[in-house]
Write a protein that binds this ligand. Structure first.
Ligand SMILES: CC(C)(COP(=O)(O)OP(=O)(O)OC[C@H]1O[C@@H](n2cnc3c(N)ncnc32)[C@H](O)[C@@H]1OP(=O)(O)O)[C@@H](O)C(=O)NCCC(=O)NCCS
Length: 185
């Protein structure tokens, strides 16, 4: 594969970010949205990100955005959750299975301490095998299961929350991730 570059997203990337997101909706495996979202609807979400605390990164190949990862505030954003962030990750169809997701998650884990993040959570439908496997590969474990909370095309679906303790502000990498290095390439 040509060189993969990960950088902070710019607002001008938002149409591509939204397009990648929207492309996953019809599969009914990834998103709780059932209709495409607009750039306008996602602008507020984009602006909630801060490169030094809650970043939104894009993965680029040859200047084209082929994926993105966001680290957003957890749950209802209140102060007690300051060191916990929720990850979202989307890789463009046609570029999956080539290590882009792995690279983005790796970077999130490696940079968590400098971002003030000690715990990363990820929400996924239980039937989203690629997503669950991607996170488990890095040592994420299932911390919660909400049975049948979603309904997609008339089918009830479970939501799982996966979590990983990644490290402390002093830069130490947590024991869970430390134990997972053997899985990294
Ligand atoms: C989940 C997703 C981000 C993975 O990205 P990717 O670039 O294809 O993943 P990679 O090629 O880096 O693979 C990394 C790991 O993910 C898992 N994985 C990826 N695709 C998989 C698949 N089709 N089936 C099973 N596991 C898969 C594997 O554990 C893989 O590790 P391995 O290479 O050692 O086998 C991608 O499939 C995607 O964008 N899906 C739609 C969006 C989504 O579901 N996002 C998650 C909701 S937050």
């Amino acid at each position: 594969m040509n060189e993969l570059r990960v950088r902070d997203a710019r607002e001008s990337d938002l149409p591509e970010i939204v397009e990648i997101y929207n492309s996953t909706i019809p599969s009914r495996m990834v998103s709780a949205d059932t209709e495409p979202v607009t750039v306008e609807q996602r602008t507020g979400w984009f602006r909630e990100h801060e490169p030094r605390r809650r970043p939104l990164w894009v993965a680029e190949v040859d200047g084209t955005v082929v994926g993105w990862l966001s680290l957003g505030d957890f749950w209802d954003r209140r102060a007690a959750y300051h060191a916990t962030a929720e990850v979202g990750i989307y890789v463009k169809d046609g570029h999956r299975g080539r290590g882009i997701g792995r690279r983005l998650v790796e970077e999130a884990i490696e940079r968590a301490a400098e971002l003030g993040i000690e715990i990363i959570t990820a929400g996924a439908f239980a039937h989203n095998g690629p997503s669950v496997k991607l996170f488990e590969r890095f040592g994420f474990e299932q911390w919660a299961l909400f049975p049948e909370v979603a309904e997609l095309d008339g089918v009830k679906r479970d939501l799982v929350i996966l979590g990983l303790k990644v490290g402390k502000r002093d830069g130490a990498i947590g024991e869970h991730y430390g134990g997972e290095h053997k899985h990294r390439r």
